[in-house]
Ligand binder design. Structure first.
Ligand code: ADP
Ligand code: MG
Length: 246
């Protein structure tokens, strides 16, 4: 679904190479976990994968098409098919809009049917919220409920890929598990692919089919989850695993 080849991103003002030749492949219905310490380049990778930030070198391909060459209708389709869920559930929702309006907006932006009352109720039920949530404001929701709304919005236009950047990192442990399991259930139902980014190894292990370990913008290790967790090849991966209590 989504492939990156040789991504390089420098921030010259800060003398930082945030990404230094990172490549990955994300298959349909699968999860690629990206794990690394703070500052390793994860969010930079997320922004590039979403087409929001241009790399200095390398390219992202969506369904085989180079993303940074897309324009017009093809770019609009990419924006519809590749969605994001970010860390701060409350900050990612417009505080002046009711949940129902928040969920209706993508349909309006893209000129698509489905944003009616019944469509919104279906979207809320998909993330295990009562349709009555449509009339609430974000400030009237818990962190977990906010994140369910953000996931619902990301799902609304039938995405192929959802980029989750620290999507549960701001939530309590118990709520984290609920949201992770919801994401897994939705993936099973809809065959959506996740680029699942987190600093937390346990979370990445729970979610991923394949794992890529980032360190200072470099791919330190990548492969099937079991291979990375059971027999890490790189000393840095072993250090990370030990630090996380594996
Ligand atoms: P992570 O998400 O893994 O914590 P980031 O991708 O946010 O890492 O950051 C990687 C590196 O790039 C860090 O050193 C960060 O300070 C730097 N960086 C990220 N975005 C910018 C920016 N817009 N301008 C300058 N430096 C940035
Ligand atoms: Mg980040």
């Amino acid at each position: 679904m989504l492939e990156a080849r040789g991504l390089v991103k420098r921030f010259p003002s800060r003398h930082v190479t945030a990404l230094d030749g990172v490549s990955f492949r994300l298959e349909k219905g699968k999860t690629l976990g990206i794990v690394g310490e703070s500052g390793s380049g994860k969010s930079t990778l997320a922004k590039i994968a979403l087409g929001l930030l241009r790399p200095d070198a390398g390219e992202v391909f969506f369904e085989g098409e180079p993303v940074f060459a897309l324009g017009g209708g093809a770019l609009k389709r990419f924006r519809r098919r590749v969605q994001a869920v970010f860390q701060e559930p409350f900050l990612s929702l417009n505080p002046r809009m009711k949940v129902g309006e928040i969920l209706k907006e993508p349909f309006e932006i893209h000129g698509l049917a489905g944003g009616d009352r019944e469509g919104i109720a279906r979207l809320l039920r998909a993330v295990e919220l009562d349709p009555g949530f449509a009339s609430r404001y974000p400030r009237e929701l818990s962190g977990g409920e906010c994140q369910r709304v953000a996931i619902s919005r990301a799902l609304s236009l039938d995405p192929a890929v959802i980029v989750c950047d620290e999507a549960v990192s701001a939530l309590d442990a118990l709520v984290q598990v609920q949201i992770l399991n919801l994401l897994l259930k939705l993936q099973e139902e809809r065959q959506v692919s996740y680029l699942f980014i987190s600093h937390a190894l346990k979370v990445v292990r729970h979610m991923s089919d394949d794992v890529l370990v980032l360190k200072d913008g470099l791919t330190c290790e990548s492969g099937p989850r079991e291979a990375v967790f059971a027999s890490p090849k790189h000393p840095y991966t072993r250090t990370l695993l030990r630090a996380a209590g594996f």
